[in-house]
Write a protein that binds this ligand. Sequence first.
Ligand SMILES: NC(=O)c1ccc[n+]([C@@H]2O[C@H](COP(=O)([O-])OP(=O)(O)OC[C@H]3O[C@@H](n4cnc5c(N)ncnc54)[C@H](O)[C@@H]3O)[C@@H](O)[C@H]2O)c1
Length: 383
Amino acid sequence: MESAENASKKRGLGQAIISGVLEAKLLVPTAHSSGNGKKFRVAVVGCGLIARRSHIPAWKRMGVAITLVDLSQTALDSTGQRFEVDSRFRSLSDLFEHTSVDIVDIATPPDSHCDLAIAALERGCHVIIEKPMCLTVEEVDRVLSVARSRDLKVGVCHDCLYLPAIQHASEYLESGKAGRLNGLILRYLEWNSNPRLDDGGFWYRKLRGDIFYHIIPHVVYLSMKFLGDLEIVSVDTSKISDTTLPFDQLNILMKTKTQQYANIVMSSNSPGGWMEIEFIGERRNVRAGLAFYTFRGGIREGALRPALDTISENLSMFSSITFSLLKGMIRWRSGKTTHFLLFNDFIASIGRRDPGKLPFLCSGEGSRRVVALTNEIAERLQT
Ligand SMILES: NC(=O)c1ccc[n+]([C@@H]2O[C@H](COP(=O)([O-])OP(=O)(O)OC[C@H]3O[C@@H](n4cnc5c(N)ncnc54)[C@H](O)[C@@H]3O)[C@@H](O)[C@H]2O)c1
């Protein structure tokens, strides 16, 4: 497979100019321009799927110095070769014996997050952790307590908050055009041919709540972003596919104290992966897909209103989809993925006493409630 570095070299001068102009225009801070001219040193712990797909390309794009850590020599070597990273260690303690870093980025399975985070914080490093931040609220508190005592930052990769459709929907809802938000319907469908799902020995399958545990945080923090704090009303499971999974569909109902509902459907029996949220506003419904952003107007009074609404909705949908596609293409070409944007905000937040630009739900403190709700949901699952 072609390395990310080679691919980016091939894009050539034109790409470099486009990226440079975009970066200047969007005022995205880079590791090099973070203020003191210091180049951050980042250790990526875990060289698996998400590190290779998102973390390492994002850090490389930012120009930081990268060190790789993985228990598996095979994962370490193949990832090091693919991304041309020579600094590699089999464990975090091995790394600290030989060198030092500013940030430790934890992209390992969730049962290792707490110990790795504490080990990194105790060596004076800021820490960014993949979701779920930890397995329990007690673990979260232990991590946060060490971070506070050393005045270090903890960030969590709730990267869907950086999806263009989510940010766009958020701006639209905040503008008040949709009226009061009465609730949302969130669909998170995983493709059914993912070989990891049917592998009883894989770490996904050993978590409380089985395969859903590691993705429940996504639906929880997305719901919390729009509705605020939530309590669980019900959790129900069903099994449709012919797999070894105990269940392959999850229906979660949560609500706020003011009766705004989050109605969530998660499944791993879908022929394709898809995530979308429909926001139920008092005046308008708004639908945000992973890639697209579309409106759906409410029917108002007057004989001609339904027809006029339909025409304006279709026009608005057409322009939204075109706009989203263009924006997505520009972002893809310039490498500004959700993880890239999140890591930039994390770096910008370092050194500030306030959370800086990091959204609250991506901070360790904000993630505490996400972990609590994830566990409450997992407890209600019948395995
Ligand atoms: N944000 C997202 O969209 C997203 C997507 C996928 C996964 N994730 C999260 O990322 C994390 C990793 O998932 P993945 O699918 O990349 O896992 P993976 O199984 O593909 O890779 C994990 C890697 O970590 C290594 N490892 C395990 N324990 C270690 C330790 N103590 N020290 C060093 N290395 C260790 C393993 O050898 C393996 O190479 C999980 O928390 C998962 O929930 C997030």
